[in-house]
Design a protein. Sequence first.
Length: 189
Amino acid sequence: MTGKIFLISGQSGVGKDTILHKLIAKHPNYYRVITYTTRKPRPREINAKDYFFINEEEFFRKVKQNEFLEYALVHNHYYGTPKGEVEKALKEGKIIFIAVDVQGAMRLKKKIPATSIFIKYESDDLENLIKRRLLNDKKRGKISQEEISRRIQSAKKEAFYQKYYDYIVVNPEGKIEKAISEIEKIVGC
């Protein structure tokens, strides 16, 4: 039996991780690939549950050993998708979700058979939406105005890539269950 892969990307701060956590909790047959990052954990993030948090030296040792399907620099930190974990989950026939930025999704689509899902904001008023979401997200801890501005610019750039995805899912503010339901329909359950 072989599994299926779903790539989840979207605009900065749109709720990708929250959606994935809720999907995985709801469906025991869903599996989230834990990716690597060189950024520090946010408050309440747990190593090996949310990400594998490693330093740049260790990250580039993994790059040199060809342990990533893809990797990219995002918001001044490196992120990588572990090859071995994806291969193992595929062999086990799991429904696999990989949360990846748009750069990584474009690279992975060329390397592996996957269905891509882009999660976007319900409105183009990105400045107010992102400020509100980031400032209300207790997992992120304190966030600077500089970081908010960088996220707004990233969200605008990321929106350009939605045309390259198989599906686009809107995550309406305060109605995350709607986005989850749309993804469940795409997966087929």
